[in-house]
Ligand binder design. Sequence first.
Ligand SMILES: NC(=O)c1ccc[n+]([C@@H]2O[C@H](COP(=O)([O-])OP(=O)(O)OC[C@H]3O[C@@H](n4cnc5c(N)ncnc54)[C@H](OP(=O)(O)O)[C@@H]3O)[C@@H](O)[C@H]2O)c1
Length: 353
Amino acid sequence: MMATTSKARPARPYGRRSGARTCTCRRGRGAAVAARATKTALVTGANSGIGRETVRELVKAGYSSVILACRDVEAGEEARSEIASSLGGDTASRMSVSRLNLSSLDSVRELAASFSERNGSCDLLVNNAGVMMIPELRRTDDGFEEHWGINYLGHYLLTSLMLGPLRKSERARVVNVSSAANSFGKLDLGDMDYARGGYDPWQAYGNSKLGNLMFTFELDRRLRESGISNVSVNAVHPGLVKTNLGRYMNPLVTKVFQLLPEFFVLTPEQGARTQVQVALSEDFEGVSGKYYADQTFKFKPGQFAEEDVVVSPSAKDEGLLKDLWDYSREATGASWDALRPIEQVAAPTNGNA
Ligand SMILES: NC(=O)c1ccc[n+]([C@@H]2O[C@H](COP(=O)([O-])OP(=O)(O)OC[C@H]3O[C@@H](n4cnc5c(N)ncnc54)[C@H](OP(=O)(O)O)[C@@H]3O)[C@@H](O)[C@H]2O)c1
């Protein structure tokens, strides 16, 4: 049996699939956390910032296996041992570190293959890793612009490969870490990699976070279309959080940011709460295809709510959602085999959906 992260007090009801468009939650208070015995989670970018705090909360909540998927395995091991010594007990044995470089689609495939070899099912996938404001145009191993390749395409492929293990869970959740920056994303699917020039780091970051959000909505639609009801997918904006995300920014700007009071800028622990609640709370059981955002910027510190204001109009464009899916599938070679109805997945396949 696991511990809960908050006092057991009935939470306000959240929108189910057909539920209310808006909901407000006071983070860390009142939202009951579902019991999680023998549960497996995979968190990307788990060695730092919000991802690291997410791992801590999952272990606290009783997850029996949390995989820290990290670009730098040594940094992952450091996070694992720091979390284990902060929590004590058997917690070290309930975490493991796996290498994942989202800059390489081969690395994504390797991680997914090794996960499937070692684990039967996956109960939670948190697509959290990210980079921001890389000043000059850089490309991933596969030739994609780095924000787009790491933040969006790598997670698109990873989710497609993890859907099989997710479907084996009784109830599985996917949480995509987007950002309010989605609102200034503008997708030109003919040139996501700036082959025609005009690279702009903010635009590139916004595009990748818009991709995370649009992917959430389209995957939810496709899950329902395939009759898959045991996997849900939601997106979050964690708020403005003091982490290493600003590593590529002007050091002076980063310094000022670090000095801002916590009323406006959250600690990593506070910043992790939105995704932790969406990942764990019983209130989100069966909720899918939603976007929840920290509300600190609306002068509601400590709260998050379903967000439909700071959202790019593209995220609601059904044609573009489908076009982005098709583009991403071709770019990554994702087969989405596991999206097929259950009886077809069980049958032998030639690897193509
Ligand atoms: N902080 C905020 O204010 C804020 C606001 C909105 C959204 N977000 C989102 O929150 C998520 C977590 O960011 P954070 O704020 O916690 O930043 P962070 O402290 O910089 O953590 C980012 C994580 O992503 C990992 N990562 C970067 N490139 C990778 C790659 N190629 N392959 C695998 N992992 C990689 C980093 O690994 P290394 O340590 O090895 O580089 C690190 O573990 C991001 O998706 C970000 O867009 C953050």
